[in-house]
Design a protein around this ligand. Structure first.
Ligand code: AMP
Length: 120
């Protein structure tokens, strides 16, 4: 799938759409999810144009990957989540229900999170 430069997260990165920013560095940008699914629900996205986990893990440089993963950990740590705990999640493709075609990691926290996925 080709990267759509007008997807909503690309527009947030360009500052065309407002967001509740949490963190930014050379490789990553983090903001609160507009429809939180837990008491804490933050999204962390790479600054590069990657559609999903599949695209990012295949095409991104070691530097981008390391920078991004460090940023996810830092955001969670800086929000005070390392001790109580948190969950990270990334959707890729149709079966996962991925809605926004710019790679993003969800951070969920602030409550008991229950089972990882709903039983069938
Ligand atoms: P996914 O289903 O993994 O693609 O997740 C997309 C997430 O982006 C959902 O949790 C949405 O609530 C969130 N989202 C969509 N638009 C915005 C926005 N403008 N600002 C913040 N979060 C958004």
């Amino acid at each position: 799938m080709a990267y759509d430069t007008n997807n909503i997260f690309a527009r947030i990165l360009r500052g065309e759409i407002p967001c509740q920013k949490v963190y930014e560095d050379d490789h990553a940008f983090a903001f609160h999810d507009i429809k939180p699914q837990a008491r804490v629900h933050v999204l962390v996205i790479p600054k590069g144009a990657y559609v999903s986990m599949d695209d990012f893990s295949f095409q991104a440089s070691e530097r981008e990957i390391a920078g991004f993963i460090r940023a996810v950990g830092k955001v969670a740590r800086d929000l005070g989540l390392a001790d109580p705990g948190y969950r990270i999640l990334a959707n890729h493709g149709d079966d996962s229900g991925q809605e926004v075609p710019h790679f993003h990691v969800h951070i969920f926290a602030g409550q008991r999170l229950g089972r990882m996925i709903q039983p069938r």
